[in-house]
Design a protein around this ligand. Structure first.
Ligand SMILES: *Cc1c(COP(=O)(O)O)cnc(C)c1O
Length: 309
């Protein structure tokens, strides 16, 4: 039994009416640890457990860390998550709720990650948040499920942080004979590391990352994600933080599901008129509602206030 759930696939009436096409939603916001991450993280943790790992280590205070904590609890394997001092109490509480040992170390992620790497030994597996073929294989199950449902879709809309979801969806499309379908990527301004690389036609790093969509905050996408952008149909969209936040609120009203701004970025490509040209030629886009556990209703209001200021 995989650690993720086969999530609902529904046609969105509000988004279909708004965009004049049939919009399919793959509701991975409904995964138990809150996001699609458990697909890949679960697959990676299971593989490491079979190979004899006695402990999992992560340096993510975000959804990857939550997924590792959940996978460890399900598999009966202890988990240590090293997070920087900037990690929110909410995130630490969620990790603790799944029984993970949480170590707070360093002012920024790089320091937390260095400590986490130092904990790795022959019995301990480090679970990367996006750059690992084991992870992509697991993420690809999202497309397997849609393909098995028989729903005919003609493109996929998703967001990109480090590009693990992108790599997994591309793998899923390929293994289901759908590799000709375009993938539409969403990033927020200040975190658009894939769009910057596609624009420059070479793999670049952002000098700094600034966006409320912290789950998209990778200064550089995985090598494989960049390679995909050069070898298969991909269209990059970049939305503002405000558009991403507004999309979270509209989606909450339309579908009664609360998602992070990262996921709001994906949804903004459909909600916002100015991004509509990206959907050209698609009659039935599949939208990956990737979710995110770090959001709360008060947090949405706080972000809105900070953008207004
Ligand atoms: C991790 C994450 C992303 C980005 O995924 P990558 O594989 O890093 O591109 C997007 N949304 C949510 C909710 C996430 O947890």
């Amino acid at each position: 039994m995989p650690l993720h759930n086969d999530t609902p696939l529904v046609a969105s009436r509000p988004l279909s009416l708004r965009t004049g096409r049939t919009v399919w939603l793959k509701l991975d916001a409904l995964q138990v640890p809150g996001s699609f991450k458990i697909r890949g993280v679960g697959a990676a943790c299971e593989a490491h457990a079979r190979a004899g790992a006695k402990r999992f280590v992560s340096s993510s205070g975000g959804n990857a860390g939550m997924a590792v904590a959940y996978a460890g609890r399900m598999l009966g394997i202890p988990v240590t998550v090293v997070v920087p001092e900037t990690a929110t109490d909410h995130a630490k509480r969620l990790l603790g709720q799944d029984g993970a040992e949480v170590i707070v170390h360093g002012a920024a992620w790089a320091e937390a990650n260095a400590l986490a790497q130092g904990l790795v030994d022959e019995n301990t597996a480090f679970i990367h948040p996006f750059d690992d073929p084991l992870l992509w294989q697991g993420h690809a199950t999202l497309i397997d499920e849609v393909a098995a449902s028989g729903v005919a879709f003609d493109g996929v809309v998703l967001c990109v942080g480090g590009g693990g979801l992108l790599a997994g969806v591309a793998e899923g499309l390929e293994r289901n004979g759908l590799s000709a379908l375009p993938i539409l990527t969403a990033e927020t301004e200040g975190a658009a590391s894939l769009a910057a690389s596609v624009e420059a036609k070479r793999h670049v790093s952002l000098p700094k990352v600034t966006s409320i969509a912290t789950s998209l905050g990778a200064a550089r996408v995985a090598d494989h994600a960049f390679a995909l952008s050069q070898s298969r149909p991909i269209r990059c969209g970049v939305v503002s933080d405000r558009e991403a936040l507004d999309a979270c609120e509209r989606f909450l009203d339309d579908h009664r599901i609360l998602v992070e701004p990262a996921c709001g970025a994906t949804l903004a490509l459909l909600y916002e008129e100015r991004h509509r040209p990206l959907l050209d030629g698609l009659e039935a886009p599949l939208v990956v509602v990737c979710g995110g556990a770090t959001v709360t209703v008060p947090k949405l209001a706080e972000w809105q206030a900070s953008l207004a200021a």
